[in-house]
Design a protein around this ligand. Sequence first.
Ligand SMILES: [Zn+2]
Length: 1003
Amino acid sequence: MTAAPAWTLLVVCAAVTASVPVQRNDPETQEHCGYESCPPIKDGMINVHLVPHTHDDVGWLKTVDQYFFGQNNIQKAGVQYILDTVVEELQHDPKKRFIYVETAFFWKWWNRQDDSHRHQVRKLVQQGRLEFIGGGWSMNDEAVTHYQSTIDQMTWGLRRLNDTFGKCGRPRVGWQIDPFGHSREMASIFAQMGYDGLFFGRLDYQDKMNRLSSKTAEMVWQASDNLGKDAELFTHALYNHYSPPPGFCFDVLCDDEPIIDDKHSPDYNVDNRVERFLAFVQNQTKRYVTKNIILTMGGDFTYQDAKMWYSNLDKMIRYVNLRQANGSNINLLYSTPSCYLKAVNDAKLSWTTKQDDFFPYASDSHAYWTGYYTSRPTIKYFERLGNNYLQVCKQLYALTDLGPEDQVDLNALREAMGVMQHHDAITGTEKQKVAFDYARILSRGIAECNIITNTAVNKLVPLRKEYPTPVWENCLKLNVSQCAPSEESKNFVVTVYNPLAQVISPYIRFPVTGSSYKVQDAKGNSLPTQLVPIPEPVQNIPGRMSQATQELVFRAVNLKPLGFQSYFVSQVKSEESNTYISDESNASGNFGHKTYYYTTNRRGVLKTLTTHGVKFQVAQAYGYYEGAVGDNEEAINRSSGAYIFRPKSSTPKIMPNRSQFKTFKGPLVSERHEVINDWLSQVVRIYTDEQHTEVEWLVGPLPIKDGVGKEVIVKYMSELSSKGKFYTDSNGRELLERTRNARPTWHLKLEEPVAGNYYPITSRILLRDTDKKLELAVLTDRAQGGSSLKDGELELMLHRRLLHDDAFGVGEALNETAFGKGLVARGKHYLVGGPSGNVLTVYERQLAQEKLLTPWLLFSRADKYSFESWSKTYRMEFDGVKMPLPANVHLLTLEPWKGRSLLVRLEHILEKGEDPKLSKSVTVSLKNLFAPFEIVSARETMLGANEWKKDSSRLQWKTESNSIDRHEDTHQGSLNHAEDILSVTLEPMQIRTFVVEVKYAGK
Ligand SMILES: [Zn+2]
């Protein structure tokens, strides 16, 4: 990215305005933006809002840069030309409108404009002629994204718009026209960010048919069971996806007939074209309730020659409206989604409501878009790792006062993560080359952040200024047990940073090559350690560059919130070490520890789990579906592919359990290493003092010599009587109830019994038995597809390797390879079970936070040091907060913001009624929360940090009286509009966002 010019601008903005959000009033242009700039509509007529737009994927068939510059002719698409020609056209005619959505591309273009062009664009924005809609860094996916990353990517996009265009750059409408289904959490996030409405294109074909025929394609989405009106959002399902009426695409990419209005021409077609257009309009009008309809005049990468569109639209508007003189009641106008929304709002009608979500998405009876919940599992994991590190990076930046000058380094990862959220990035629905480019972009962002973490930690650790600063290395491949500093150094330091605002005591592990070690904490105490062998299938993962055959495990006890603890690790003679070599056996018997253990049958297969004083049956099985193969010509011939999951048979092939396992036991951890077949193995792991099972699965390279694509699943089977119901998280936050073979708002006709019951699992899926009062949950380390296809059973899809394209555009089979072999994926499930109720629910919520923001390990080689010399030179402990936050409060955001201010988000992580104590409102003092600085003032913003909370006023929508009146739910806390809020009260599931001014100690 060419950050320099933009950065200069940012600094200037920050210096002038001191904080966010900017309320810029350009004295030169007194015109209005926003709703005030909307074109007039004609009362009594059908107003047809023509919305010129372009849908610019932040990578898909081409890389981000290839799309921007127009390189690589696989698809004729150059975003720079779109913005060039649109801006040119808008200047000629004040009536013309355009919306722009993907800010990642907009800034690439803006950075290349000279002052006079920037001035022109500013003017267009101030007058509402160029309007930003959506406004995130990308148009994020909604199924496999985590809410933290969605909030981040929206915030970053909105921030840049706010910096440059002030309040006229604030989008009012969510524009999710292409993502493959829609989450309730995303709607909730838009509402909390102050958006007035949401438009989208894709919903289940049956749902769409019903909604259009009952005129309920517009509704008020009540997007949270906890947040009341704050999470309500007017939602519009588009009539014709995001395309223009058939035959009316006036683009260089289309072949549709232009409007020929020369009456002397033999090709004169005005009457014919107008008739056809009006016929479409009349049909659409019947499906919506107000006298307004919206037509999306554009598509993928359209408007590279904007004149072609506008000159034809000019004619269409002219000739259609001319008919009004003869009694036509159709009025065409250039408009925007927000102007359409305002017109609909002005109709003052009552709207139906919706409480569930729009998953799964099916485009026909055999095309369930549930494959992408799992597609490219290693990219999905890498993205989650990126989020973990981005939060660590932001926090350390803020805690150590690195100042504004280094912010560009942080932006690289912020923006990389913004790109990753795109609906063809984390979804795995891009071409292979593009997937590699996403990995490149994310790697670069991580490398930039490594500079920040080094600088931050080294600002804290040397006890004297003149001492040399250590080099801190990340080990990003710990998931395949590879880490150069821990393997190559005899002495090294591992600094464990805790990004949570609670005290945790995690188990730490990394690969080593020695046979006995001493691990010393800051006080010099020698900690108990355990050596555990690395399973052979892991050692053999293609591309793994490691000689290590064992991992060293120890527990980092009482790791302070936002703090770190350094551990000095030295390879020593066995008599000096505290290392326990795991006991190896292949006998069956109990597995686990005193209060949490499995019994096994005679063959050693896990049989019952005892936890929290109850015992119940639980079993596990791996299997795979064969991907359906067809020519994609008809619905029934659809292939399983990157988007679509379509098994050939509803019954998966279950892998026989060959009972090939070894157990390794010791004081810290017990493990079962199981080999299921040549391409499937797992480690089942129970740490002492933990009440869950860690299942580390290893899948691949998936064999395809038989010419069959495979979609690998794991099932967890229990005795729970779940009565057709199961629960899945929405983007890692609230839980939604699912009913097998059913949808809450229409009668489902299901011809794909497996794929049509799959839902996105971003962090958790669970079952409840209300009679036995038992619960079984699986937490994931990345997004996966999942379901409960039988009572008592949970199923998750781990990996997919397919040999056919599903014909939704990618044009490639999802056949990932690495190092010349089928791609191997390794990941973790966390199995939590026991008596249902508050204890388990709270455990699951906290575990989910701990696994999302895991302690970050920074390694430094210390061969020239002993513990004594290191501890005399370097500080080994750091506390970021004075007091841990209460168990139900999560520090969602701590990051450097504008100038010297910081952005802080606090979140209540429990839903109403989940726990008698912790589900209540909770009050936190901001003032003395952080150790390195004091917060001197805090101003609350909307969730996107681009608008002060007190300034926010959203459009009001009436809901039909038969729905529950949720108005009384509005939070007292949210009504507190005091300028300075240092004491923050949070209601269940509430997130509150603050721009804080701080004073660092000693300054
Ligand atoms: Zn798209």
